[in-house]
Design a protein around this ligand. Structure first.
Ligand code: HEC
Length: 243
C-alpha cells in the first residue's frame, strides 16, 4: 500500500501514491472528511484534483459507512515511510487544473442508489461491480479524452490500463460472455479459469488474485446476477468473434 507503482495511460505514466497511515508520506494525517472527499469527489486534502486513474469515478458510488470502514482498515495497517514519485506526464496533462474540465465532461458524483424494482442480489451485485470492483474502468471503452463511453458500457476496451485490452463482459453471445453461466462467472472470479480452460492473464489475474477471489460466494453470485442483466453489446474489434 506504500505506492510507487507506475500506471501507464495514453497520457503518460502516473504513480500510485502511498496510502499507508504514515503521517508525512502517506495518508496518516487525513481526517474522515478528507478521505471521503478524495474517494467521492476526487479532490485531495489540499484542494487539488486527482487524475481519474485513481478510480474515484467508481468509488463515488460507495456508501459513506463503507468508506469509513475502508479508512479504518487502512489506518490499522503499518505506516510505511515512502515518498510519492513525481508523475511522468507532459503538458497539458501535467496541469492538474485541466482536470476540473475533465470532471465536468466525464464525472458524475453520487452514491449508489438502491433499486426497489430489482432483487436484493441484483442490488448487491450492482453496488460491487459499479462502485467497489470498478469493472467498468477496464472493460468499458474510453473516449479520446479518457472518459468512459457509457453507451458501450462493459463492451470491452482496446486500450485498457497498462495497454492491455479487456474483453466484452456484456451478455452478448458472439462477442461477450452470453454463453457463460452464473457458476462459470463465479469460478472465473475465484480461480481465473475460463469455461474453455483458458486462464486469466495480466491485470485481470492481478485483480482476481489480490481482490475478487476473496469475496464471499454470495457476493460473487450477486456480481454474476448483475452482469447477466447488462445490455448485450457487440464488440467492434478484437472481440471473441475475431479470435
Ligand atoms: C484492472 C483492469 C480490470 C478490472 C478492474 C477488471 N477486469 Fe476483467 N479483464 C481485464 C483484462 C485485461 C482481461 C483479459 C484477461 C486475459 O486476457 O486473460 C479481463 C478479462 C475478464 C473476463 C474474461 C472474459 C473473456 O471473454 O475471456 C471476465 C469475465 C472479466 N474480466 C470480468 C470482470 C469483472 C466481473 C470485473 C469486476 C468485478 C473485472 N473483470 C474487472 C481487466 C480488468
Amino acid at each position: 500500500m506504500a505506492g510507487g507503482r507506475p500506471i501507464k495511460t495514453p497520457f503518460g505514466s502516473i504513480y500510485a501514491t502511498n496510502i499507508t497511515p504514515d503521517i508525512e508520506t502517506g495518508i496518516g494525517a487525513w481526517s474522515d472528511a478528507d478521505f471521503v472527499r478524495a474517494m467521492r469527489e476526487g479532490i485531495a486534502p489540499d484542494g487539488s484534483h486527482y487524475y481519474p486513474v485513481f478510480p474515484y469515478t467508481a468509488f463515488t458510488r460507495m456508501r459513506e459507512r463503507d468508506l469509513l470502514d475502508l479508512k479504518a482498515y487502512l489506518f490499522s495497517l503499518p505506516p510505511i515511510r515512502k515518498k510519492n514519485e513525481p508523475n511522468a506526464l507532459s503538458p497539458p496533462f501535467s496541469w492538474r487544473s485541466t482536470l476540473a474540465l475533465w470532471k465536468v465532461l466525464h464525472f458524475s458524483e453520487g452514491e449508489f442508489e438502491y433499486r426497489e424494482d430489482r432483487s436484493e442480489a441484483w442490488n448487491r451485485g450492482a453496488y460491487l461491480v459499479e462502485a467497489l470492483a470498478h469493472c467498468a474502468e477496464c472493460h468499458t471503452p474510453r473516449t479520446a479524452t479518457g472518459g468512459l463511453l457509457v453507451d458501450r458500457a462493459y463492451a470491452g476496451s482496446e486500450e485498457g490500463p497498462e495497454g492491455e485490452s479487456a474483453p466484452n463482459i456484456t451478455p452478448d453471445k458472439p462477442t461477450g460472455v452470453g454463453a457463460w453461466s452464473a457458476s462459470d462467472m463465479i469460478w472465473y472470479l475465484q480461480s481465473g479459469f475460463e469455461p474453455d480452460g483458458d486462464t486469466a492473464q495480466g491485470v485481470m489475474w492481478e485483480v482476481i488474485e489480490q481482490g475478487y477471489q476473496h469475496l464471499s460466494e454470495r457476493d460473487l453470485d450477486a456480481i454474476a446476477v448483475y452482469l447477466q442483466t447488462l445490455k448485450p453489446i457487440e464488440q467492434f474489434v478484437g472481440g471473441r468473434s475475431a479470435d
